[in-house]
Design a protein around this ligand. Sequence first.
Ligand SMILES: [Zn+2]
Length: 415
Amino acid sequence: MHPGRTPGSWSFALSTQRTIMNDHRRLGRELGIFDTDPLIGAGLPYWLPAGAAVRKAVEDYVHELERRNGYHHVNSPVLGKRELYERSGHWAHYMEDMFPPMNVGGEEFVLRPSLCPHHALIYRSRGRGRRDLPLRVAELGGMYRSELSGVLGGLSRVRAIQINDGHVFCAPEQAVAEVSAVLDLIEAAHAQLGIAAARYRLSLRGEGGEGGGKYVDDPDMWARSEAILRGVLRERGRDFDEERGEGAFYGPKIDIQIADPAGREATLSTVQVDFFQPERFDLRYAGGERPVMVHRSVVGGLERLVAHLIEVHGGAFPAWMAPVQAVVLPLSDAELPAAEALLRRCLAAGLRAELAPADRGSLGARIRAHRLVPYQLVVGPREAASGRASVRLRDGSQAGEVPVERLAGDSRPLF
Ligand SMILES: [Zn+2]
């Protein structure tokens, strides 16, 4: 379904091979992606301009990918009343990962540990018929996890997460096709982002006492939802490992695992089948039927995603997500007016572009300072006269004179 970027395409010439020393915490600070301040707190990084640009490019891409695949986007608050999480089951099964409630005027509010309850209520807010299903709801929103400060690090483990979340409400007989469609989306997104999954994991509940109160106690429900996920993985011919004790409290998950340069694994993307919350929130369609809730995240939390992208690409992001896509380099002060005009054309064409004038050093020094920028536009006397620029790619090759509109077109993600 996904065409992918043609290998060798001149706009994407730089190798994206992982360098083993790419620790996202070091590179992320060097590249101006993010930073932290003890006064804000551990696990609460802030995004600097380069990081905010990468993040916005990825957000826009995922939003568009979802829109093209039938999702409706919503927005909902990052907190809710304690009763909401009692109803969803989070209070009973997930409390140790939640921030304690805040008392306001005699009511208790909780920073949300997930978006699921809000989306269940959005489903319930209207009468739903069989023809409304599958209803695909997506949101990029905040969620919170009360991690202890000892386990926090950089962008990969944080207390405030911007999650690419979504829920598909469908009839039971639609669940297999919807889970498979989510895996299509995940695989398309990974190809576009340059991510290779370490492995697929079928995450199941813990056994009996081992799981304690962490899992809803309904063996028939678990058997049904596990059969759906296992069936989809087998039908797609996908290798996977089954692991007990990694499921969500309400149901099993297919987790797509990524690994950092040190080999430490984390879950990036996920799809989950849930018969529990539709019952807890008394969700219905066609008068009395109970929908299934398919929870899914195509690219996970943006913090963990961007941490991984920094490590995978070593800071040399694909042109469509690069913080600065084009740098304009006048040879000398004489070409400054032409360079400024070219910069304005780049910005108007939609490129993230900046100017590196001659007073910042020799052309070689300025190129080295911008070695991660995909398009380096050199303006000499000949280019100044013609109003064009000769394009140097970051692997050192020359692309000749290319109109900025074409650079802008080549700097868009593919769907
Ligand atoms: Zn959910």
